[in-house]
Write a protein that binds this ligand. Structure first.
Ligand SMILES: C[S@@+](CC[C@H](N)C(=O)[O-])C[C@H]1O[C@@H](n2cnc3c(N)ncnc32)[C@H](O)[C@@H]1O
Length: 229
């Protein structure tokens, strides 16, 4: 078993899953992902989308779009003049996202890509907004700033980012400890762990515009940042 030991008090645990392992995991669970997570995660995602305040005609990127719930909401919000870009490492999750968009007749507003978010296949300054839910906490600790640097690169000056993620920033929450214990001992079963969402965005140089702390069965941070021109 890989070691996910803490590097100091309060530190975020490491993640040692390879990209192939991550892809295989999400390909395997793509059919049941919504059954496993929708009830708890949907209200958090909705709160994140509200904070993003997407406007008609915008170009919006969702990283780790999964089965496509947020892509559908974003595609509705941008209208026929806008474009929503969905990126995911798992081709099977993307297939489900594509089917969701097709069901709502929104496919023509969307561009889907199977790729790794540590190297975004988009031009600099090309996006008005970036959205990420329950995805940043899947990246290993040194990769988090890399992903956020990529987000900053593709955002236009003044562009905004909203990240919804499981939070370690809640003192003495026993479920955070239990979650971390499970991740440490069964990393193949629990591939992610709570992180400091707001701090990660601040460190990446985003101007924090709004930050909420919510609770599903574990604390969740919903943070909006802006790329300062
Ligand atoms: C926990 S799911 C969340 C899905 C969706 N955002 C939601 O809220 O329902 C994480 C998603 O991130 C994708 N993912 C994991 N690692 C990735 C990477 N390196 N690059 C892009 N997507 C990744 C997974 O395939 C999966 O679809």
């Amino acid at each position: 078993m890989n070691s996910t030991r803490k590097t100091g008090p309060g530190s975020v645990l490491r993640v040692f899953q390879s990209k192939d392992q991550t892809r295989a995991f999400y390909n395997k669970i793509s059919r049941v992902y919504d059954l496993l997570s929708e009830r708890s995660e949907a209200p958090m995602r909705r709160a994140g989308l509200e904070l993003l305040r997407t406007r008609a005609g915008e170009s919006v990127l969702e990283i780790g779009c999964g089965t496509g719930h947020s892509l559908v909401a974003l595609a509705k919000a941008i209208g026929p003049e806008g474009t929503v870009f969905g990126l995911d490492l798992s081709d099977k999750m993307l297939q489900r996202a594509k089917a969701s968009l097709a069901k709502f007749k929104l496919l023509e507003r969307a561009r889907l890509r199977c790729a790794d978010a540590t190297e975004l296949p988009y031009d600099a300054n090309s996006m008005d907004a970036v959205f990420m839910s329950f995805t940043l906490e899947l990246f290993d600790t040194p990769e988090i700033p890399k992903v956020l640097r990529e987000c900053k690169r593709v955002l236009r000056p003044g562009g905004r980012i909203v990240v919804v993620g499981m939070s370690k920033d809640a003192k003495h929450d026993p479920l955070v400890g239990a979650f971390e214990w499970t991740h440490e001992h069964f990393p193949n079963f629990l591939d992610c762990r709570p992180i400091y969402v707001r701090r990660a965005l601040e460190k990446a140089g985003f101007k924090i515009e709004s930050a909420l702390m919510k609770h599903m069965w574990i604390p969740v941070e919903i943070v909006r940042g802006a790329k300062v021109p």
